[in-house]
Design a protein around this ligand. Structure first.
Ligand code: SER
Length: 860
């Protein structure tokens, strides 16, 4: 078994279940497209959640795949273990098979056992099965249905054998297969104890409940199977290795790190640093490929932390310059065949990581300064406080283990307990943040019919007569689901439709439309519809709202093509909002877009509008056919077997479920109104179309006309004329300042020649109104020169300057700094400076003449 490659293992798993009637479903992206309860895909079952909940149906009931998973946040978070042990990862692949209301426990257990022991020939005496404490059925199935040693069937409680996806969602009792890798083979007692030699390989979950937000469980309409085997762990066992990082899949990545850091992993004093970096670069490559971007909140924040953690461990390997981005190529070599998307996005991922690394190096230096400050302030204390460790972590991305290392180097330690408390408080805060985005999807509905789907008619019509199949009322908001609807539910960036509904003789407004699985939810203010039992309704989408929106949607597609033609094919959609008033398009691109590029992009889109290209709408075509058409798909989206393609000639072809104008000419006008950066490597364009763009042009033209009129020139001459005016203005300002200075100089001459003599030298003390643009200090300087020997004080507004000539500083020990301090006090001010020139501010304007007189006495 030792020379089976991981590629072969993945293939054999899939083929095994295909031979048992399962359909291969590709891995969903690691960034979930439409589940606000998840930051990252954390299990193979995520993409099937709506099927488990009974709100979506597929034309197959058995599925198999290898799913890209990330476990760094929420319920399933292995981050702290990663690198320190050899079998947890932030990113890993999960081999899984599923039954959607089809087979249940018996087949799930029998097939897992068959694959492990008959196909892969794992030693039976080393395998253990755990079951949920009261799951007699599972115990029975293991005992009678397999030849496992009955003493190897162990019962555990909720903590280990009741699997939940997150705070809410499908869940149920589970049964896990563990392997004993100890030398003696006596590791049975170590199951579920966190021992690295006795580890879980496969989890079989028997999904039968939904966990609601209020912690109660609801029985699901059907029973399902959801299994997940840790691919890297299975490979480690089959390849006879003692660490996941020693399997073939990691070989290239570890070699890449060795190349960059110029030392070997084997025998290195900090092997965990190699493992952390090897793990994290996979996580980063896959998540950035699937459209996550390092940033300051949510998902982006997690990415930033992971990258920083990798960089900190890089420092342990003496790496002070960005280098992690150079490992992306190694991940692509190792995994690009199984996941071609990382090949396609390689350059973008490299650039994004590199930018972040560069930024972090700067932060890191500041963080080290803060660390030094903290240590200085501690005095004789030997323990860095919890809040300080947390501050380093939260503000500068210092993982606690790095702070610990730095502390140890100085003979200190850290307050682990208080740090954990801070972390727990932060987790609570972010969980609460997360909850805010819930929409009422788990509410209790009143069902009027058994219909499980809403048919969407809105590609072809704006109105329909429909049957109400369920509804939900809160007293403020009403949610309605019909058997068919022309209302488009928000999706793919396009906002939900608005319009009207009529039930009985009541008409009311629908102000938003959202999707929940196969149902379309229409939102309205709660109106009193007495006894909605009949359920017949007339639905009407607002034509203006819809038409303005779809103009922007089609324009978004035209813009996307133009961006790829003008800037390059590295441009990929990273986010899109299509509203009636504007469109917003985020895409991968590293540099600012120049005015000239904007002009070319706009012209290209406008040209396609004028060409009035007809929409070709390919609805529900097999995905293979769609790919043959060469349509653009998005890494951030998941697709079923049948997709919609929106095509405008050869110019634009995209996977898209949205609604579009029938001819590009309907868009009318297109205008980009802003271009900006949203995150490193992502730019944002906002644009307007239709009558809004036309209004914009008209307003611009009106303004131009006004300027033209004022300047009395042709439009083409405006820029030239303004340039002229501005340089004239500059010249005049310069001349004016010179003139003003001259008048100040004349005034100074007058002051000096009429100066009082006191203690044998001249003393000038006066109020001076300085013209705008003339600086009091430089006037003080000229006064000093003119005095030759003397002391001067000038007050202007609430400022004053005091000067003393060099000979008096030397011979009479006079000092402008001390003088100005004394004088300013009189008027409630303060100041200071050098012995030859000092300035001060004063508060009390009524004291100005007192101030001026004070000088004469002081110098005596
Ligand atoms: N969903 C289960 C898990 O993640 C089995 O796939 O362990």
């Amino acid at each position: 078994m030792t020379n089976i490659s991981s590629k072969e293992i993945r293939k054999q798993f899939i083929e095994f279940f295909e031979s048992k009637g399962h359909k291969f479903v590709p891995s969903a992206p690691v960034v979930p497209a439409d589940d606000p309860t998840l930051l990252f895909t954390n299990a193979g079952m995520n993409q099937f959640k709506p099927i488990f909940l009974g709100v979506e149906k597929r034309d197959y009931t058995r599925a198999v795949n290898s799913q890209k998973c990330i476990r760094v946040s929420g319920k399933h978070n292995d981050l702290e273990e990663v690198g320190h042990d050899t079998y947890h990862h932030t990113f890993f692949e999960m081999l899984g098979n599923w039954s959607f209301g089809d087979y249940y426990k018996s087949e799930a257990i029998a097939w897992a056992w068959e694959l492990f022991t008959s196909v892969w020939k794992l030693p039976k005496d080393r395998l253990y099965a755990t079951v949920y404490k009261s799951d007699e059925e599972a115990v029975e199935l293991w005992t009678r249905g397999t030849d496992i040693d009955p003493s190897h069937i162990l019962r555990f409680s909720e903590k280990d054998n009741f699997w939940e996806m997150g705070d809410t969602g499908p869940c149920g009792p589970c049964s896990e297969i563990h392997i004993d890798l100890t030398a003696t083979g006596n590791g049975g007692k170590l199951v579920n104890s966190g021992n690295p030699e006795v580890i879980e390989l496969w989890n079989l979950v028997f999904i039968q409940f939904n966990r609601n937000a209020d912690r109660t469980l609801t029985e699901l309409p059907a029973k399902h199977v959801d299994t997940g085997a840790g691919f890297e762990r299975v490979a480690r066992v089959l390849q006879g290795k003692s660490s996941n990082y020693d399997i073939d899949l990691f070989a290239e990545i570890i070699a890449g790190i060795e190349r960059e850091v110029k030392s070997k992993y084997a025998g290195h004093p900090s092997p965990e640093a190699f493992r952390v970096i090897a793990d994290h670069i996979r996580m980063l490559t896959f998540s950035i490929t699937d459209s996550a971007i390092p940033g300051n909140d949510g998902r982006g924040y997690v990415l930033r932390r992971i990258l920083r953690r990798a960089a900190m461990y890089g420092r342990k390997l003496n790496m002070h310059e960005p280098f992690i981005y150079k490992l992306v190529g190694d991940v692509v070599t190792a995994m690009g065949d199984a996941f071609p998307e990382i090949k396609a996005r390689r350059e973008f991922v490299e650039k994004t990581i590199r930018n972040e690394e560069e930024g972090f190096n700067k932060t890191l230096d500041r963080g080290i300064e803060l660390f030094d400050d903290i240590v200085k302030k501690m005095g004789s204390d030997k323990r860095i406080s919890g809040p300080d460790v947390f501050k380093l972590y939260d503000t500068f991305g210092f993982p606690a283990d790095m702070t610990r290392v730095m502390a140890t180097e100085r003979g200190l330690d850290i307050d682990e307990e208080k740090f954990e408390e801070e972390m727990a408080a932060q987790k609570k805060r972010s969980r609460e943040e997360g909850k805010k985005i819930f929409i009422n999807k788990d509410v209790k509905w009143i069902n009027l019919s058994k219909d499980q789907k809403t048919a969407f008619l809105g590609y072809d019509t704006l109105e329909s007569s429909s049957k109400l199949i369920k509804y939900y009322r809160t007293g403020e908001v009403m949610q309605l689901v019909f058997d068919q609807t022309p209302f488009y539910a928000e999706s793919g960036g396009q906002v939900g439709d608005q319009g009207f509904a009529r039930i009985g003789d009541r008409s009311f407004e629908i102000w938003d439309t959202q999707k929940n699985g196969d149902h379309v939810i229409h939102y309205a203010d709660d109106v009193e519809i007495i006894e909605i039992s009949e359920g017949g309704a007339a639905l009407q989408v607002s034509p203006n709202h819809r038409l303005s929106t779809i103009k922007n949607h089609t324009a978004t597609h035209l813009l996307h093509s133009a961006l790829r033609l003008v800037l390059g094919t590295h441009v990929h959609q990273a986010g899109s909002v299509v509203e009636p008033y504007r469109l917003r398009f985020d895409f991968s691109h590293n540099d600012k877009i120049s005015a000239d590029e904007i002009y070319r992009i706009e012209s290209m889109v406008q040209e396609k509008i004028f060409e009035n290209i007809t929409l070709q709408h390919h609805r529900n075509i097999p995905i293979a056919e769609a790919k043959k058409l060469g349509a653009l798909s998005f890494f951030g989206d998941k697709y079923g077997d049948f997709v919609n393609i929106v095509q405008f000639g050869e110019y634009s072809k995209e996977f898209c479920g949205g609604v579009h104008v029938p001819f590009t000419g309907r868009i009318g006008f297109f205008k980009i109104v802003s271009e900006s950066s949203v995150a490193s490597g992502v730019r944002r364009i906002e644009a307007i179309t239709g009558s809004i763009a036309e209004e914009f042009f008209r307003e611009e033209s009106r303004i131009t006309e006004k300027i033209r009129h004022t300047l009395n020139c042709k439009s083409g001459e405006i820029a030239h004329k303004i340039d002229h005016l501005l340089s004239d203005k500059k010249l005049l300002e310069k001349e004016l300042t010179e003139l003003r200075l001259q008048s100040v100089t004349a005034k100074l001459d007058e002051l000096v020649s009429s100066a009082r003599e006191s203690a044998g030298f001249k003393v000038v003390s006066a109020k001076l109104d300085l013209p705008p643009g003339v600086d009091l200090r430089s006037v003080g300087d000229s006064l000093r020169e003119k005095l030759r020997t003397g002391v001067g004080l000038l007050v202007s507004d609430l400022q004053m300057v005091c000067v003393v000539t060099d000979d008096l500083i030397r011979d009479k020990k006079l000092n402008a700094g001390s003088l100005v301090k004394e004088i300013a006090k009189i008027a409630g001010g303060s100041g200071g400076g050098k012995p030859h020139l000092a300035t001060a501010g004063i508060r009390d304007i009524s004291k100005v003449s007192e101030v001026i007189n004070a000088v004469y006495n002081l110098v005596k």
